[in-house]
Design a protein around this ligand. Structure first.
Ligand code: HEC
Length: 192
């Protein structure tokens, strides 16, 4: 008897949940992307998740060089381009040279007052042409995420030879600065 009451209670909770979901509106902005672009975006997103996981693993081992590398190459500005360079066997010097070049381009565009909407190349696996048609807010959120990754790297670079608890806390705060942008964008946009 108790068993049946239990099942009934579970079913009632499940039903209430379904009704609540059906009533809840998804008020996120729908991005109209063709299927191929959707696939690229989601692949890129899974890549970001993997990079975040690797970053946390490196941090838990106190491997700050690797945290820096992941922050710069996998999560920072131009991560698609930089990761492709790494895969093609580019040296660290070549990668840093590319980062410097992209940074200079970014600054030049900012100084010329160019808006985020017309800036830059591909983003999150979205090809350049499509990317430029994305809402400005989406592009800004993407850039804010990359900026947060670069900020986290600056925190890591300022750490001395013997990291303190406060240093770890500061890096974790930097990591959370990245994830808060993941959360913000997922709350604002959907693709289907
Ligand atoms: C500029 C916007 C934006 C940012 C920033 C962003 N995402 Fe996404 N992400 C999206 C959109 C849009 C989707 C599709 C969501 C949907 O349709 O429900 C998505 C989907 C995903 C998915 C689902 C992938 C799949 O295969 O279904 C994962 C995982 C994900 N994002 C992880 C992340 C992580 C981790 C970060 C931060 C490091 C991040 N995203 C930052 C926009 C963003």
């Amino acid at each position: 008897m108790i068993y049946f009451k239990f099942i009934a209670a579970i079913s009632a909770v499940a039903l209430a949940g379904t009704l609540a979901n059906a009533q809840e509106e998804d008020d996120r902005v729908l991005l109209n992307l063709d299927t191929a672009t959707q696939v690229m975006l989601l692949k890129d997103m899974r890549g970001l998740t993997e990079s975040l996981d690797s970053l946390l693993a490196a941090l838990s081992e106190g491997d700050f060089d690797q945290v820096t590398r992941l922050g710069q190459i996998n999560l920072g500005f131009g991560h698609d381009k930089l990761m492709a360079l790494v895969e093609s066997g580019a040296s660290d010097t070549q990668i840093q040279a590319m980062r410097a070049k992209m940074k200079a381009n970014r600054q030049a565009r900012e100084e010329s007052g160019e808006s985020a909407a017309t800036m830059g190349g591909a983003m999150f696996g979205i090809p350049k042409g499509v990317g430029q048609k994305m809402p400005e807010d989406f592009r800004l959120m993407g850039q804010a995420m990359h900026a947060a990754a670069e900020d986290m790297v600056s925190v890591v670079e300022a750490i001395g030879d013997t990291p303190t608890v406060a240093d770890y806390q500061a890096v974790l705060e930097g990591v959370q600065g990245i994830t808060s942008n993941c959360v913000a964008c997922h709350g604002a946009f959907r693709i289907r």
